[in-house]
Design a protein around this ligand. Structure first.
Ligand code: SF4
Ligand code: MG
Length: 321
């Protein structure tokens, strides 16, 4: 709810005024149990920081995050540590987060011991084998080191480690972006199978609309620290409303080549979140920009059940100065 994560800028060498990078600037959404919410947007739009802020891997500046009825934002560290096993994260590069000096079985046993500190070695070993089988890795490779696996296999190890503590929520931050396209689908399918089997809820972050489309039930589109549109997948692809969403969609190849569609080319780069444009942050790149867009920040508005958009083109009556 209205989550904000600002990072202070260091004072420049020549004494430029310091300020803040508003990486996440008032983000609100709900995550339903058992669903996959995809967050899509260009790099630097605050997707990763949103995911990390929710888990308090970075400290939010303001707002509220409730998980199963408990407020996480001001939760004492001790309680947060207990909660952590319910919320796991999978990274783009699992290799960077896997200890290269430990075998896969040791890495997984370490994670398992968090949930079951009393377990003896034989029981742990048994559970490691079960985990490996669950993520489609050969249990006979349990005593190999991370570098002995391929990228896709390493992501399977990262997933095994995340599910070892029996989480309810997994934040997946670009988990397939570093993998070959043929391997991407395998990992996405594995995540979907595990979701069904274990009743997991996913917050799935990606810059790739094709990947987001494959995995998501609902999709949130982020631009410069804010969600500009959020709705279920079918609706978003059938009827994207926000001009930024429309531009993103127009770059996705259509299944039927006879169905011509206009490619909307976005001019310019994403502006700096340290110095965002006034009003609607998208206005310098928007072909529908009106005078009000430069002055007034559009509020998030429900245009239909479970379809929110933040743009002055919709709900003109409710504009507020
Ligand atoms: Fe474009 Fe204005 Fe809508 Fe922003 S508020 S997306 S500038 S039309
Ligand atoms: Mg990122």
């Amino acid at each position: 709810d209205n989550l904000k994560t600002y990072f202070p800028l260091k004072k420049g060498f020549f004494g430029q005024p310091s300020g803040h990078v508003k990486a996440v600037d008032g983000v609100s959404f709900r995550l339903k149990q058992g669903e996959t919410l995809g967050i899509v947007g260009e790099s630097g739009c605050g997707k990763s920081t949103t995911g990390r802020s929710i888990l308090r891997l970075v400290e939010p500046s303001d707002g509220s995050v409730r998980f199963g009825g408990e407020e996480l934002i001001d939760m004492p560290q001790a309680r947060l540590r207990e909660m952590r096993s319910q919320m796991q994260i999978i990274f783009q590069d699992p290799y960077a987060s896997l200890n290269p000096r430990l075998t896969v079985s040791s890495i997984l046993a370490e994670a398992l011991r968090v949930g079951e500190p009393q377990s003896d070695v034989r029981h742990l070993r048994q559970m490691v084998m079960e985990l490996l089988a669950m993520v489609g890795l050969n249990p006979s490779h349990a005593d190999r080191y991370p570098h002995e696996f391929s990228g896709g296999q390493r992501q399977r190890i990262g997933i095994a480690r995340a599910i070892a503590v029996k989480p309810k929520l997994i934040v997946a931050d670009e988990p397939v972006s570093a993998l070959d396209v043929s391997i991407q689908a395998q990992i996405l399918n594995l995540l979907q199978d595990l979701q069904e089997e274990l009743g997991l809820t996913y917050l799935f972050i990606s810059h790739d609309l094709g990947v987001i489309r494959h995995i998501s039930d609902r999709i949130a589109v982020m631009y410069l620290g804010r969600i500009v549109e959020i709705t279920d997948k079918k609706r978003l692809f059938a009827e994207p409303l926000h001009p930024y969403t429309q531009a993103l969609m127009s770059a996705v190849p259509v299944p039927n080549p006879n169905q011509k569609k206009e490619r909307i080319v976005l001019g310019g780069d994403v502006p700096s979140p340290a110095n965002p444009p006034t009003g609607c942050a998208f206005h310098p790149r928007c072909r529908h920009a009106m005078d009000i867009c430069r002055r007034v920040r559009p509020v998030e508005m429900a245009v239909a059940h479970d379809h929110m958009v933040a743009c002055h083109l919709y709900g003109a009556d409710e504009r507020s100065e």
